[in-house]
Design a protein around this ligand. Structure first.
Ligand code: AVI
Length: 323
């Protein structure tokens, strides 16, 4: 037995992840306009800051979606076949899925997330509260094809994708994700998905430019992560956070704006910034019920039912795989 195998495997995984991060950063900062992928927000600090965002008074999506899931739990449970396996894409805090686990007659729960350590901790906590439920965590990037555990092969599958994470995908990526989810979940699949809606621009602006500055810290943390993990020398005080609503494209855009001319070094490369030049770090698309319906239909799904809160801020949809 090689006693060093686990440590070597961990180092290997670390190297692979870091080099993918390095490759993306070098490529994306060489673009005009400069950009960074939102998937790199979520290191330990970024995940904690995101949890804080979900509790901000201005950030309505989390509490509104939870309200819909609570109010409609038994209607949602009605579309979930008895003995199904619930597959959650990008399992985060377990508050939302607990609602489904409590109301549906499930045989298995498969949380899928890139962070294996986080997944296992969540799974252990759920096993205590749902002793009769089989839980099979899968450590994988859910935006690319992955295999479901063999143990759920014979069960009907229901996907769960809350939080309007779909909104962080470009429209073509959202379509590709929905198609791939249908493929992974198989014939007769169903899916419960949360989607943020278009609304008053002031409400949107405030949700992504909160008064306490948590979203600013979340955005700037990606530069701190580049410094920490890739040896970059970003001066965080030389950038400011700004979110704007792009009406034509129906999306909030988060940017980091250079306060002055500067040159940043990362892994032996130089990136120069003009004063006011921005790095586009995230888009958060907002849908109308019609546009989401068209996206779902074009991606192999039929909308069985849609629920919103009274003010039509957020929506939750039950999808059924089209034949
Ligand atoms: C994870 N995602 C759905 C969040 C959003 O609203 O687009 C990420 C976020 N960015 C800034 N605040 C929250």
């Amino acid at each position: 037995m090689n006693v060093h195998a686990p440590a070597l495997a961990k180092a290997h995984e670390f190297d692979e992840r870091t080099s993918a991060f390095a490759g993306d950063v070098i490529e994306d900062l060489a673009q005009h306009p400069k950009r960074l992928s939102p998937k790199y927000f979520y290191d330990a600090t970024g995940s904690e800051l995101f949890e804080q965002i979900t509790r901000l008074p201005e950030y309505y999506p989390t509490r509104t979606e939870l309200g819909i899931l609570r109010a409609r739990a038994s209607e949602i449970a009605a579309i979930v076949p008895k003995g199904a396996a619930l597959v959650e894409f990008g399992a985060g805090a377990s508050t939302k899925v607990r609602l489904l686990l409590e109301h549906c007659d499930l045989a298995a729960y498969v949380p899928v997330d890139i962070s294996g350590d986080f997944l296992n901790a969540q799974a252990d906590a759920l096993r205590k509260d749902f002793p009769g439920l089989a839980i099979y965590p899968v450590a994988a990037d859910f935006t690319t094809p992955f295999d479901l555990p063999a143990a759920v092969a014979g069960m009907p599958k229901v996907g769960f994708f809350p939080g309007s994470t779909l909104g962080n995908f470009e429209p073509h990526e959202a379509c590709a994700f929905l198609r791939s989810a249908r493929e992974i979940l198989g014939r007769a699949a169903r899916m419960v998905i949360g989607v943020d809606l278009e609304k008053n621009e002031r409400v949107l602006y405030d949700a992504y430019n909160d008064a306490a500055g948590v979203t600013a810290r979340f955005n700037l943390n990606v530069l701190a992560r580049i410094n920490r993990e890739l040896g970059g020398n970003f001066d965080l005080s030389a950038f400011m956070h700004r979110s704007i609503y792009n009406r034509e494209r129906h999306r909030i855009e988060m940017h980091l704006i250079a306060r002055k001319a500067q040159t940043v070094r990362i892994l032996g490369r130089s990136f120069s910034f003009r004063p006011g030049e921005t790095i586009h770090t995230e888009s958060s698309y907002k849908y109308s019920l019609e546009r989401f319906g068209a996206l779902a239909r074009g991606s192999g799904w039929t909308v069985r039912e849609s629920w919103t809160d009274d003010e039509k801020m957020f929506s939750v949809h039950a999808l059924v795989a089209s034949d």
